[in-house]
Design a protein around this ligand. Structure first.
Ligand code: KG4
Ligand code: ZN
Length: 333
């Protein structure tokens, strides 16, 4: 049995978790800084870094205590932290804390790619899921379709050429005067709107696996300018429908191409109700299982970091204590 302490501080969540063998989540603590950033309409990097410094020790302490452990680190075999991508001042806090603990406790440090952590989050609940898998990774910074032959061997089939899906949600919400982060707010507002009321464009829907969402955002802005009395719930529902349509169309096409035996989603936008329903329906139509991590495992958390470290460690080995943080780290190609 391998027990991993995972730490996540790439953006505005300070998180720590204890996970056994990449599947049994003993504790997962997430302290969100949303309140600190909401008034600015987005994450302010300097505020995020400073908040991580204040929160990191209490959050790690709580994760250890909830798992029945303490600051001696007895029972912890590996300490993992997100090393990128993310905000440099935020990443450095988690990486430094993890390295210090690894050094003091005499256990290896594992630097985890945040995107791989999202990609592997479906394995936390379903370690024996059917392979090959196509996974849609949709977060605030990334939109990717990935063909996974195993947990550690994958190929990126497509990605966004401009805005990420979550970024589109956040920008449209901001334009509509809704609070940050926009995704959950649009999700809730869309429940009372008509998704067919406005026909927003579905860019590149039928071409390849790349995505483009910046034109959609512009059409929303243009539509609202032209029709200032439009119901925001209808705008939210129609916008969300356009995003989900493109995501699910490409996911389905990719699943057919690689003869996927499973379909998974991950990343903050994977918490979206409409997307979850449509992906579940796609799986039923294609007769393949779908893996939708519970909402708390879609948005940033440290259990996925600990889980990813457990999968990657046998392949990649220890990460040096002199390893830097990588703000623009990408998925391996
Ligand atoms: O994965 P995540 O927590 O952080 C990044 O790695 O980016 O994703 C955050 C993104 C934000 O853009 C947020 O608006 C979006 O995920 N999001 C949602 C929902 N919950 C979070 N988007 C649509 N519907 C949701 N329910
Ligand atoms: Zn994330």
């Amino acid at each position: 049995m391998t027990v991993v302490l995972g730490i996540e501080t790439s953006c505005d969540e300070t998180a720590a978790a204890v996970v056994l063998d990449g599947r049994e989540v003993r504790s997962s603590v997430v302290s969100s800084q949303i309140d600190l950033h909401a008034r600015y309409g987005g994450v302010v990097p300097e505020i995020a870094g400073r908040a991580h410094v204040s929160l990191i020790t209490p959050v790690i302490t709580e994760a250890l205590e909830l798992a029945g452990m303490n600051h001696t680190g007895a029972g912890i075999d590996l300490v993992a932290a997100t090393i990128g991508p993310g905000l440099i001042g935020s990443l450095l806090v988690g990486v430094s804390a993890a390295k210090a603990l690894a050094l003091v406790w005499g256990v290896p440090f594992i630097g985890v790619n945040h995107l791989e952590a999202h990609l592997l989050s479906p394995f936390l609940e379903n370690p024996d899921l059917e392979l090959p898998l196509v996974t849609l990774l949709v977060s605030g910074g990334h939109t990717l379709i990935v063909h996974m032959e195993s947990a550690t061997s994958y190929t990126v089939l497509g990605s966004t050429i401009d805005d990420a899906a979550g970024e589109a949600f956040d920008k449209v919400a901001r334009y509509l005067g809704l609070p940050y982060p926009g995704g959950p707010v649009i999700d809730a507002l869309a429940l009372t709107g008509d998704p067919e009321s406005i026909r927003f464009p579905r860019a590149m829907r039928n071409e390849g696996y790349d995505f483009s969402f910046s034109g959609l955002k512009t059409s929303v802005v243009n539509h609202v300018r032209k029709h200032p009395d439009v119901d925001s719930a209808d705008v939210a529902a129609s916008f969300q429908e356009a995003v989900v349509d493109v995501l699910v169309e490409k996911l389905g096409r990719a699943a057919i191409q690689v003869r996927a035996r499973g379909i998974a989603i991950g990343g903050g936008v994977a918490a979206n109700s409409a997307l979850r329903e449509r992906v579940a329906a796609l799986g039923r139509r294609m007769d393949v299982p779908t893996y939708l991590p519970e909402r708390a495992m879609c948005t940033d958390n440290a259990a996925m970091v600990a889980g990813a470290a457990w999968w990657r460690h046998p392949v990649d080995g220890d990460t040096g204590l002199d390893a830097p943080a990588w703000p623009s780290l990408r998925l391996r190609r």
